[in-house]
Design a protein around this ligand. Structure first.
Ligand code: DX5
Ligand code: ZN
Length: 227
Protein backbone atom coordinates (compact mmCIF):
# COMPACT_ATOMS: atom_id res chain seq x y z
CA UNK A 1 0.00 0.00 0.00
CA UNK A 2 1.23 3.50 -0.83
CA UNK A 3 2.18 5.69 2.13
CA UNK A 4 -0.26 8.28 0.91
CA UNK A 5 -3.10 5.72 1.07
CA UNK A 6 -2.41 5.11 4.77
CA UNK A 7 -3.20 8.67 5.77
CA UNK A 8 -6.12 10.95 5.60
CA UNK A 9 -5.01 14.50 4.92
CA UNK A 10 -4.62 16.98 6.56
CA UNK A 11 -2.11 15.19 8.77
CA UNK A 12 -0.59 16.37 12.04
CA UNK A 13 3.14 15.60 12.27
CA UNK A 14 4.66 16.19 15.72
CA UNK A 15 8.36 17.06 15.59
CA UNK A 16 10.37 15.05 18.10
CA UNK A 17 12.92 17.85 18.44
CA UNK A 18 10.49 19.32 20.98
CA UNK A 19 9.77 16.04 22.81
CA UNK A 20 11.26 15.09 26.18
CA UNK A 21 14.62 13.70 25.03
CA UNK A 22 15.08 11.49 28.07
CA UNK A 23 11.66 9.91 27.61
CA UNK A 24 11.40 9.63 23.86
CA UNK A 25 9.89 6.14 23.92
CA UNK A 26 6.93 7.23 26.04
CA UNK A 27 6.60 10.45 24.03
CA UNK A 28 6.22 8.43 20.82
CA UNK A 29 3.89 5.95 22.50
CA UNK A 30 1.77 8.93 23.52
CA UNK A 31 1.57 10.06 19.86
CA UNK A 32 0.42 6.59 18.85
CA UNK A 33 -2.16 6.52 21.64
CA UNK A 34 -3.50 9.85 20.38
CA UNK A 35 -3.81 8.45 16.85
CA UNK A 36 -0.97 10.59 15.50
CA UNK A 37 1.18 8.20 13.51
CA UNK A 38 3.37 10.64 11.49
CA UNK A 39 6.59 11.76 13.23
CA UNK A 40 8.71 14.59 11.93
CA UNK A 41 12.40 13.98 12.67
CA UNK A 42 14.65 17.06 12.39
CA UNK A 43 18.20 16.04 11.55
CA UNK A 44 20.72 18.86 12.09
CA UNK A 45 24.45 18.55 11.54
CA UNK A 46 25.76 21.75 13.13
CA UNK A 47 26.96 22.98 9.68
CA UNK A 48 23.92 23.56 7.54
CA UNK A 49 22.17 24.92 10.63
CA UNK A 50 23.62 26.08 13.95
CA UNK A 51 22.29 23.15 15.98
CA UNK A 52 22.87 19.40 16.29
CA UNK A 53 20.16 16.81 16.87
CA UNK A 54 20.56 13.13 15.92
CA UNK A 55 21.50 10.77 13.09
CA UNK A 56 20.14 7.73 11.25
CA UNK A 57 20.47 5.38 14.25
CA UNK A 58 17.67 7.32 15.93
CA UNK A 59 15.36 6.45 13.03
CA UNK A 60 16.41 2.81 13.19
CA UNK A 61 15.65 2.66 16.92
CA UNK A 62 12.24 4.30 16.47
CA UNK A 63 11.24 1.99 13.60
CA UNK A 64 12.39 -1.08 15.53
CA UNK A 65 10.23 -0.24 18.51
CA UNK A 66 7.34 1.35 16.58
CA UNK A 67 7.24 -0.14 13.06
CA UNK A 68 3.79 1.33 12.44
CA UNK A 69 4.88 4.94 12.90
CA UNK A 70 5.87 6.97 9.86
CA UNK A 71 9.32 8.57 10.16
CA UNK A 72 9.67 11.75 8.16
CA UNK A 73 13.38 12.70 8.14
CA UNK A 74 14.01 16.39 7.46
CA UNK A 75 17.72 16.56 6.65
CA UNK A 76 19.25 19.92 7.51
CA UNK A 77 22.76 18.78 6.60
CA UNK A 78 25.58 20.07 4.42
CA UNK A 79 26.25 16.68 2.76
CA UNK A 80 22.90 15.21 1.72
CA UNK A 81 24.61 12.83 -0.76
CA UNK A 82 26.41 11.22 2.15
CA UNK A 83 23.47 11.09 4.53
CA UNK A 84 20.45 10.31 2.37
CA UNK A 85 21.39 6.65 1.65
CA UNK A 86 21.98 6.08 5.36
CA UNK A 87 18.51 7.32 6.24
CA UNK A 88 17.07 5.11 3.52
CA UNK A 89 18.89 2.12 4.95
CA UNK A 90 17.66 2.82 8.48
CA UNK A 91 14.03 2.81 7.42
CA UNK A 92 12.89 6.43 7.03
CA UNK A 93 9.55 6.58 5.19
CA UNK A 94 9.86 10.16 3.94
CA UNK A 95 13.19 11.92 3.30
CA UNK A 96 13.47 15.62 2.69
CA UNK A 97 16.64 17.51 1.75
CA UNK A 98 17.10 21.25 1.30
CA UNK A 99 16.89 22.65 -2.20
CA UNK A 100 19.53 25.25 -1.26
CA UNK A 101 22.34 22.72 -1.20
CA UNK A 102 21.51 20.46 -4.14
CA UNK A 103 22.29 20.45 -7.81
CA UNK A 104 19.84 19.08 -10.35
CA UNK A 105 21.61 15.79 -11.02
CA UNK A 106 21.57 15.01 -7.28
CA UNK A 107 17.85 15.59 -7.10
CA UNK A 108 17.19 13.16 -9.95
CA UNK A 109 19.42 10.51 -8.32
CA UNK A 110 17.86 10.86 -4.86
CA UNK A 111 14.38 10.87 -6.29
CA UNK A 112 15.10 7.53 -8.02
CA UNK A 113 16.82 6.03 -4.94
CA UNK A 114 13.79 6.88 -2.81
CA UNK A 115 11.37 5.60 -5.43
CA UNK A 116 13.22 2.27 -5.61
CA UNK A 117 12.93 1.98 -1.82
CA UNK A 118 9.24 2.97 -1.80
CA UNK A 119 10.09 6.09 0.19
CA UNK A 120 8.63 9.54 -0.42
CA UNK A 121 11.22 12.10 -1.51
CA UNK A 122 10.86 15.76 -0.67
CA UNK A 123 12.59 19.09 -0.98
CA UNK A 124 12.58 21.67 1.80
CA UNK A 125 12.88 25.37 1.17
CA UNK A 126 14.02 28.08 3.57
CA UNK A 127 11.65 31.04 4.05
CA UNK A 128 14.09 33.38 2.30
CA UNK A 129 14.81 31.24 -0.77
CA UNK A 130 13.13 32.30 -3.98
CA UNK A 131 10.43 29.82 -5.02
CA UNK A 132 11.79 29.78 -8.57
CA UNK A 133 14.66 27.61 -7.23
CA UNK A 134 12.14 24.91 -6.33
CA UNK A 135 9.79 25.00 -9.29
CA UNK A 136 11.88 23.03 -11.83
CA UNK A 137 11.98 19.99 -9.50
CA UNK A 138 8.36 19.50 -8.48
CA UNK A 139 7.78 16.73 -11.01
CA UNK A 140 10.54 14.69 -9.30
CA UNK A 141 9.30 15.01 -5.73
CA UNK A 142 6.34 13.81 -3.69
CA UNK A 143 6.58 16.36 -0.87
CA UNK A 144 7.48 20.04 -0.52
CA UNK A 145 8.56 21.04 3.01
CA UNK A 146 7.83 24.76 3.23
CA UNK A 147 9.82 26.27 6.09
CA UNK A 148 7.84 28.91 7.93
CA UNK A 149 10.72 29.69 10.32
CA UNK A 150 14.49 29.75 9.84
CA UNK A 151 15.71 26.16 10.07
CA UNK A 152 17.61 25.21 13.22
CA UNK A 153 15.33 25.50 16.26
CA UNK A 154 11.83 24.73 17.39
CA UNK A 155 9.67 27.29 19.17
CA UNK A 156 10.15 30.18 16.73
CA UNK A 157 7.47 32.54 15.49
CA UNK A 158 5.58 31.64 12.30
CA UNK A 159 6.60 33.85 9.37
CA UNK A 160 3.54 35.61 8.05
CA UNK A 161 4.43 35.43 4.36
CA UNK A 162 4.29 31.62 4.47
CA UNK A 163 0.64 31.09 3.40
CA UNK A 164 1.26 33.16 0.24
CA UNK A 165 4.28 31.01 -0.60
CA UNK A 166 2.20 27.88 -0.02
CA UNK A 167 -0.54 29.20 -2.33
CA UNK A 168 2.00 29.76 -5.07
CA UNK A 169 3.45 26.25 -4.69
CA UNK A 170 -0.06 24.76 -4.63
CA UNK A 171 -0.81 26.48 -7.92
CA UNK A 172 1.89 24.29 -9.53
CA UNK A 173 0.05 21.04 -8.75
CA UNK A 174 -2.62 19.53 -6.54
CA UNK A 175 -2.33 17.05 -3.67
CA UNK A 176 -2.36 14.07 -6.06
CA UNK A 177 0.83 15.45 -7.68
CA UNK A 178 2.76 16.42 -4.54
CA UNK A 179 2.02 16.98 -0.87
CA UNK A 180 2.77 20.26 0.85
CA UNK A 181 4.12 20.19 4.40
CA UNK A 182 4.45 23.35 6.46
CA UNK A 183 7.18 23.39 9.06
CA UNK A 184 7.76 25.98 11.78
CA UNK A 185 5.65 27.94 14.23
CA UNK A 186 2.51 25.90 13.61
CA UNK A 187 -0.30 26.07 16.15
CA UNK A 188 -4.03 25.72 15.55
CA UNK A 189 -4.31 29.28 14.29
CA UNK A 190 -1.38 29.22 11.85
CA UNK A 191 -2.41 25.71 10.80
CA UNK A 192 -5.78 27.06 9.66
CA UNK A 193 -4.07 29.77 7.56
CA UNK A 194 -1.86 27.14 5.94
CA UNK A 195 -4.77 24.73 5.42
CA UNK A 196 -6.62 27.50 3.61
CA UNK A 197 -3.53 27.96 1.42
CA UNK A 198 -3.46 24.27 0.41
CA UNK A 199 -1.22 22.49 2.95
CA UNK A 200 -1.53 18.71 3.55
CA UNK A 201 0.90 18.02 6.42
CA UNK A 202 1.41 20.18 9.51
CA UNK A 203 4.61 19.84 11.51
CA UNK A 204 4.10 20.82 15.13
CA UNK A 205 7.03 20.92 17.52
CA UNK A 206 6.54 23.13 20.57
CA UNK A 207 2.79 23.60 20.14
CA UNK A 208 2.30 19.83 20.39
CA UNK A 209 4.96 18.48 22.75
CA UNK A 210 4.93 21.44 25.16
CA UNK A 211 1.12 21.66 25.24
CA UNK A 212 -0.59 21.10 28.57
CA UNK A 213 -3.29 19.08 26.78
CA UNK A 214 -2.08 17.20 23.70
CA UNK A 215 -5.39 15.41 23.39
CA UNK A 216 -7.20 18.73 22.96
CA UNK A 217 -4.68 19.90 20.34
CA UNK A 218 -5.11 16.65 18.41
CA UNK A 219 -8.91 16.85 18.58
CA UNK A 220 -9.04 20.53 17.62
CA UNK A 221 -6.63 19.91 14.73
CA UNK A 222 -8.94 17.20 13.41
CA UNK A 223 -11.80 19.74 13.42
CA UNK A 224 -9.97 22.23 11.16
CA UNK A 225 -11.83 22.65 7.89
CA UNK A 226 -10.56 23.17 4.40
CA UNK A 227 -12.10 26.26 2.76
C1 DX5 B 1 13.12 23.84 12.44
C2 DX5 B 1 12.50 22.50 12.26
C3 DX5 B 1 11.03 22.42 12.61
C4 DX5 B 1 10.73 22.78 14.04
C5 DX5 B 1 9.26 22.80 14.33
O1 DX5 B 1 14.40 23.78 11.93
O2 DX5 B 1 12.62 22.06 10.93
O3 DX5 B 1 10.57 21.10 12.32
O4 DX5 B 1 11.33 21.87 14.90
O5 DX5 B 1 9.06 23.22 15.65
P1 DX5 B 1 7.98 24.35 16.00
O6 DX5 B 1 6.67 23.81 15.56
O7 DX5 B 1 8.08 24.52 17.48
O8 DX5 B 1 8.38 25.58 15.24
ZN1 ZN C 1 11.60 20.22 10.31
Amino acid sequence: MQITDRFQFPVLAPSIIAADELNLESEIQNCINLGVPWLHCDVMDGHFVPNITFGPDRIKAIKKKFPEILCDAHLMVSSPSFWLPKFLEMGADVITVHVENCVGSDIATWSQQCKDADVLFGLAIRPTTDLSVLKPWVSLIQVVNVMSVYPGFYGQKFMEGSPERIKTIRSWGDTSEFLIKVDGGINLETAQLCLDAGTDIFVMGGAFFKASDRKAITRDFSHLKRP
